[in-house]
Ligand binder design. Structure first.
Ligand code: SF4
Length: 280
């Protein structure tokens, strides 16, 4: 996989060992459902691309969702979502720009044949999407043409659901990139009956998480690049990346990127839950 990242998550002991070294450390303390969690973020003096912050964000997202799931189960609730369930894998999955570029390099790192296969499947998905006349706002996001008027997200979601287009990374009932799956997949889960997800009986409600890291990444990329908050449809991500490789070459000081990330987290926590920067 991709190594020597300028931004990493350190364990407590790694953070203690690196004190006084070259790497700076920013501590981020979150209060997740009244449970304090501290992350030690190691930063080198190198510059970072948008994709370089994704592993950190995935780690934080996993901690937040894990805490929420554990709390619900402790209180007797049922979360049927698990590895191997693909009930949502034909839903619309938006990816932030940093995630799209990170996924591109993760797919490339597997093998050339895997890369070619995934590109082929992505192109087929793109053809299917464009053939079915997407709502105008969706076309604008994928072609760069300015939108005349925004379309409600649920209109786009319903249109997409009608396509019944499985995710290109879904194979034989499994997610083939489970550890690298988008934040939208990680942060979407339900409480209740599993059957209802497949059109059966029962009831299930989407679980609200205190903070969606997908939103944080979208905002960070928007601030750094000076663009609107953008998202790419999952099946189009690899195709989109090839068309926008210049954006993957942009670099920012890693410390500045992490500080802005933490600032966005703090702004959102003021609305949703307590997050403070802890002294390193
Ligand atoms: S990335 Fe994985 S979990 Fe997400 S929609 Fe695709 S197959 Fe399903």
């Amino acid at each position: 996989m991709v190594e020597n990242l300028p931004i990493t998550v350190l364990s407590e002991s790694e953070a203690a060992d690196s004190c006084g070294g070259d790497a700076a450390i920013i501590g981020l303390e979150l209060d997740i459902l009244s449970e304090p969690v501290c992350f030690h973020i190691g930063i080198t003096k190198k510059e970072a691309r948008l994709a370089d912050i994704v592993p950190l964000v995935r780690t934080i997202s996993a901690k937040i969702t894990g805490t929420v799931v554990e709390r619900i189960r402790r209180e007797g609730g049922c979360i049927p979502c698990r590895r191997g369930c693909s009930a949502c894998c034909s839903f619309l999955v938006p990816m932030s720009i940093p995630e799209a570029f990170r996924l591109r390099e993760e797919v490339l790192a597997v093998s050339k044949s895997y890369w070619r296969r995934m590109q082929r499947l992505s192109l087929l998905a793109a053809q299917c999407i464009l053939k079915q006349k997407p709502p105008k706002s969706f076309v604008c996001q994928t072609t760069g043409t300015p939108a005349d008027s925004p379309v409600e997200p649920n209109v786009v979601s319903s249109w997409y659901a009608n396509l019944k287009l499985a995710c290109p990374f879904h194979y034989k009932g499994l997610c083939t990139i489970y550890e690298q799956r988008p934040l939208a997949c990680r942060e979407y889960f339900v409480k209740g009956s599993a059957g209802v997800c497949r059109g059966g009986r029962g009831a299930a409600d989407v679980v609200e998480v205190p903070m969606r890291m997908a939103d944080v990444l979208g905002q960070l990329a928007s601030e750094l690049e000076g663009t609107d908050v953008e998202a790419v449809m999952m099946p189009l991500a690899l195709v989109w990346c090839e068309e926008n490789l210049d954006r993957d070459k942009q670099r920012w000081p890693a410390a500045m990127m992490v500080e802005r990330f933490v600032k966005i987290v703090k702004t959102i926590e003021q609305k949703n839950f307590t997050a403070v920067i802890a002294p390193a």
